[in-house]
Design a protein around this ligand. Structure first.
Ligand SMILES: [Zn+2]
Length: 190
């Protein structure tokens, strides 16, 4: 098993210049963790320093060239502080990391957490509305009293949208509507 490091800014393949957005490593816990710059590296034996690793270029592999190149993981107090293609750049990065970076990483992590909480609550509400709607459909027709009309009108406000009620697979539709946008990352990245 291995862990994956995802890069917000890709590194360029030394041979063909193709963007490399992620790399796999067995340097840490190797339990399918997702890391990015700013992540605490569980199981890192290096507290602060540079780890030599290899990145894989799909474009070079497709062109039947050697697809592997050296990269340098910069570790600062067990936090992944950078991924560089040159050792000297990694040295410079390690020397330049300071507490301001730490504050930026924390701010970024909090922003992501809030985003995920919001999405979770939206999804939870939608599923609850769907559940209420399904339960309502099962009830026998109510007598047409003013009271019943009022409550029915109120419940209809909370009804799931037609996109959901008319879908062949309503739960699937709900999940689809609440799926991460293309540029959003999963919470596991932290
Ligand atoms: Zn390449």
């Amino acid at each position: 098993m291995f862990d994956t490091i995802y890069l917000k800014n890709p590194i360029a393949c030394k041979t063909c210049g193709a963007d490399i957005w992620d790399l796999q490593t067995k340097e840490f816990d190797s339990c399918m963790s997702h890391y990015r710059i700013g992540s605490v590296l569980a199981g890192s034996r290096v507290l602060s320093g540079i780890i030599k690793e290899e990145a894989y270029c799909q474009a070079c592999s497709d062109a039947k060239r050697d697809a592997w190149m050296n990269v340098y993981l910069v570790v600062w107090h067990t936090i992944l502080a950078g991924v560089e293609t040159e050792e000297c750049k990694a040295e410079a990065r390690l020397a330049s990391v300071d507490r301001l970076h730490l504050v930026q990483w924390i701010a970024e992590a909090q922003r992501k957490e809030e985003q995920w909480q919001r999405r979770y609550f939206d999804l939870h509400n939608e599923l609850r509305r769907w559940h209420e709607y399904v339960e309502d459909q099962k009830k026998p027709p109510e007598p047409e009293t003013e009271d019943n009309k009022f409550w029915r009108a109120l419940r209809s406000i909370r009804r799931p949208s037609e996109k959901i009620t008319t879908a062949a697979d309503p739960i699937g539709k709900i999940l689809e509507l609440h799926a991460p946008k293309e540029n959003e990352e999963s919470p596991g990245l932290f």
